[in-house]
Design a protein around this ligand. Structure first.
Ligand code: SUD
Ligand code: ADP
Length: 297
C-alpha cells in the first residue's frame, strides 16, 4: 500500500513583520494564499526511513534527516510509538528556497500521508500542532485556501475567498535563505520603531469579495526591501512583469520568487511569455488561487 498527497505552494499577499522577539522569531500578520503549483509526496512501507526526490530542482533538495518531509514522518511516528520505516518520494514542482514554502508543503503532505498509511487516528488539531513544531509555514500548507497567520505565522484563521486570482511567478536562479532575509530586515530596520504587525482590512476584504483590482492595490511585503537588498537584480524582474501588464508585483515571502497579479488568464499568459524572454528570471509559471491544502489523491 502507498499513499500520495498533493500539496500547494503559497504566496504571501500581505506579510507584515514586527520587531524580533526574544526567541529570534518575528511576530507577523501573514496573509497566506495557496496557489496552484503543487508537489506530490508518496509514502510507502520500507525497511528504513528514506527520501528520494524527482523534478527539475531535485538536486537542491536534501535527502537526509534534514528533509522536512522526513522530519514530519519522524515526529508523527514518535508520538504514536510507530517505527518510521517508510520510503518518501517527493515529486517536486514548487521552486526550492523560493519563498513559496515548498519544504513546508512537503512536511504537511508527508504528515497527512503517514497519518493515513499508519491509520494513527490523529485529530486535525494534533496534525496542526505537529505542523507548527516543524515550521512556521507548515500549518498553512496543511489547510490551504487562504488564512491569516499571527504569532510567528503558525496561528491561523481561515479566510473565505470570493473569487479566482490569476498569478504569474518568476522563478529566480538560486534561492534565498529565510533566516538571512529576516536578518537583513533587522539590519535595515535597526534603530527604527517597528510597528506591531496588523492585517490590512482592505486586503482581507479583497480576498473575501474576490476583487483582483482591490487586491492589486493592497498587496504588501515587509520583507521585500530585505530581499531586494540581498538580491538587487529582483528589481529588474519586478519591472519586467509590471511592464508586461501585471496589475501588481511583489516578492513572494522571503523571495527570490517574484509574484505578479494578472487581470485574467490571458493576461497572465502574456506576462509569463514576456518574463521568460526578459533575461531577468530563470522561468515563469502561471497559477491560479486559491488552491486546496494537503489532499490525498
Ligand atoms: C518568510 C515566510 C513567509 O511565509 O516564508 P518563506 O518566504 O520563507 O517561504 C515565513 O515567515 C518563513 O517561515 P518558515 O520557512 O516556516 O520558517 P521557520 O522554519 O519557522 O523559521 C526559519 C527561520 O526564519 C526566521 N523566522 C521565521 C518565521 C518568523 N515568524 N520569524 C522569523 O524570524 C527565523 O530566523 C527562523 O529561525
Ligand atoms: N522537502 C523539501 N523541499 C525543499 N527544501 C527542503 C525540503 N526539506 C528541507 N529543505 C530545505 O529547506 C530550504 C528552504 O526551502 P523551501 O521550503 O523550498 O523554501 P522557502 O523557505 O523559501 O519557502 C531549502 O534550501 C532546503 O535546504
Amino acid at each position: 500500500m502507498s499513499v500520495t498527497v498533493r500539496v500547494p505552494a503559497k504566496v504571501n499577499v500581505q506579510l507584515a513583520v514586527g520587531a524580533p522577539r526574544p526567541d529570534g522569531f518575528h511576530d507577523l500578520a501573514n496573509v497566506f494564499l495557496a496557489v496552484g503549483l503543487y508537489d506530490e509526496v508518496n509514502v510507502s512501507p520500507a525497511d528504513a526511513l528514506t527520501v528520494t526526490c524527482s523534478g527539475p530542482d531535485a538536486a537542491q533538495v536534501p535527502l537526509d534527516a534534514g528533509n522536512l518531509a522526513a522530519r514530519a514522518a519522524l515526529a508523527l511516528a514518535e508520538r504514536h510509538g510507530i517505527a518510521p520505516d517508510v520510503h518518501i518520494h517527493i515529486s517536486k514542482d514548487i521552486p526550492v528556497a523560493g519563498g513559496m514554502a515548498g519544504g513546508s508543503a512537503d512536511a504537511a503532505a508527508a504528515l497527512v500521508a503517514c497519518d493515513a498509511l499508519w491509520a494513527t487516528g490523529a485529530t486535525r488539531d494534533e496534525l496542526l500542532a505537529i505542523c507548527a513544531e516543524l515550521g512556521s509555514d507548515v500549518p498553512f500548507s496543511l489547510i490551504g485556501g487562504a488564512a491569516l497567520g499571527v504569532g510567528r505565522g503558525e496561528q491561523l484563521t481561515p479566510i473565505d475567498v470570493g473569487g479566482t486570482f490569476h498569478w504569474v511567478f518568476a522563478v529566480a536562479d538560486g534561492g534565498l535563505s529565510t533566516p538571512a532575509v529576516y536578518g537583513e530586515f533587522d539590519r535595515l530596520t535597526a534603530g527604527t520603531d517597528v510597528p506591531a504587525p496588523e492585517a490590512s482590512p482592505a486586503l482581507l476584504d479583497a480576498l473575501r469579495t474576490g476583487s483582483t483590482d482591490v487586491l492589486a492595490k493592497a498587496l504588501s511585503n515587509d520583507l521585500q526591501p530585505a530581499a531586494l537588498s540581498l538580491r538587487p537584480s529582483l528589481a529588474d524582474t519586478l519591472a519586467a512583469g509590471t511592464g508586461a501588464g501585471a496589475l501588481a508585483a511583489l516578492v513572494s515571502g522571503s523571495g527570490p520568487t517574484t509574484a505578479f497579479l494578472a487581470a485574467d488568464a490571458e493576461a497572465a499568459r502574456k506576462i509569463a511569455d514576456t518574463l521568460r524572454t526578459s533575461g531577468t528570471c530563470r522561468t515563469a509559471r502561471v497559477a491560479v488561487s486559491p488552491a486546496p491544502g494537503a489532499t490525498i489523491v
